[in-house]
Design a protein around this ligand. Structure first.
Ligand code: SAH
Length: 370
């Protein structure tokens, strides 16, 4: 039998190495009750601890006064292992943008970024340690994939940010996380089960989850078509972002190598299905790279593909990454690109470059401990 190999460098299945210990946040409420019952404790203790962990954001068993002391310790030890250890934090924008590098239990490193705006707080989180998608302009892709994160490793990034905000540790005073974007390290849809589990934990109200509105959550993908279809069926109205970066297959094959497997037309077809099923406007991400994908004719071609659909284009000025020969488009070229889309009636915004000076912006997350 002749089986066609996967396109060269793309990794769809993550290595299993370093599977993290089970954590309460990996489980739904029923699973938590069962896990607590396995410890010989009444199942409702799981709800009480969940209310402390997710509702009050308390990670200190001494504060869980509704739970007997012995049970607190037992649950903490068995079901709340420390999954993320901060290696370092750097901030900019007067402390309103904070990037944190985390060490996982097996030494793998991931990053998350908290961005506070006047009207919202967005957390950009990682779904994998490294990434297997190999996009040449993205720093994360250069080192390849280390492993998938567990649901709890994903959720705990948001809880850590929510805790800092609640405690007033972020400039601007106490606050809450209103938005979560899966735009840190990794391809979320290549770690589908853990990511959907995390989205459920983030959106369900306490004690099941953190109670963040699904509309404030964005899942960003290179375009794994079967997974986009599956996500549409989950019944969670998250925002889908598609990293398109080129309207033509010839160029997209080189910028987003998974395009050799699923073409622009297939990816957009799946995106329109997602919009039809969820009634959510799809976001198209397009990093403007000088003299690579920023020509007026490509803006026209992009408009041809998008016009009339429930869609919004997010142009991202290319952020510098080590060793890359590419740079951002000239300002006048960027303006012309925007105007062509606008004139065709396609909604478009240019993303800010928050976190650029701390290597915390799109495509810059590479997680070195130094
Ligand atoms: N793997 C997912 C999510 C992570 S990246 C995805 O590709 O969608 C989040 C966004 O940042 C993606 O659109 C990605 O293409 C973009 N990006 C990567 N490197 C970049 C860079 N150097 N400058 C600007 N945007 C970049």
């Amino acid at each position: 039998m002749n089986e066609r190999p996967e396109p060269g460098a793309l990794v769809f299945e993550a290595p299993r190495r370093g599977k993290p210990p089970l954590h309460l946040m990996d489980l739904d409420p029923a699973g938590r009750r069962a896990a607590v019952a396995d410890l010989g404790l009444p199942g409702f203790r799981a709800d009480q601890v969940s209310r402390q962990w997710l509702g009050r954001l308390s990670d200190d068993p001494a504060e869980w006064t509704d739970v007997p002391e012995a049970a607190r310790e037992e649950i903490r030890r068995a079901l709340l292992p420390t999954l993320l250890t901060p290696v370092r934090s750097i901030d900019c924008d007067n402390g309103t943008t904070v990037k944190t590098v985390w060490r996982l239990h097996d030494g793998a490193l991931v990053e998350s970024v908290l961005m506070r705006y006047p009207d919202r707080v967005t957390m950009c989180i990682s779904s994998q340690a490294g990434c297997g998608m190999n996009c040449p302009f993205c720093a994360t892709g250069q080192a390849g994939l280390t492993r998938n994160l567990s649901t709890a490793e994903i959720v705990e990034q948001v809880i850590a940010g929510a805790r800092s905000l609640q405690r007033g540790e972020i400039a601007g005073g106490p606050g809450r996380v209103s938005n979560v974007v899966f735009m840190g390290m990794g391809e979320p849809l290549a770690n589908y089960r853990a990511v959907v589990g995390a989205v459920r934990r983030l959106t369900e109200p306490a004690p099941a989850g953190l109670g963040i509105g699904a509309r404030g959550i964005t899942v960003s993908t290179v375009g794994l078509v079967p997974r986009i279809r599956e996500l549409a069926q989950e019944g969670i109205p998250v925002t889908l972002a598609v990293s398109l970066h080129a309207p033509d297959d010839g160029l997209r094959d080189t910028l987003v190598p998974v395009n050799t497997r699923w073409k622009v037309s297939e990816v957009l077809g799946a995106a329109w299905e997602f919009a039809a099923t969820t009634h959510r406007r799809v976001s198209i991400e397009y990093a403007l790279i000088r003299d690579v994908n920023d020509q007026a004719w490509r803006a026209d071609l992009l408009a041809d593909l998008l016009v009339g659909h429930l869609v919004h284009v997010n142009l991202i000025p290319l952020n510098p990454t080590p060793g890359s020969k590419w740079t951002a488009s000239r300002p006048e070229v960027e303006r012309a690109f925007v105007r062509i889309l606008q004139d065709r009636g396609v909604a478009v915004t240019v993303r800010d470059t928050r976190g650029r000076e701390i290597d915390g912006a799109c495509g810059q997350l590479a997680a070195t401990a130094g």
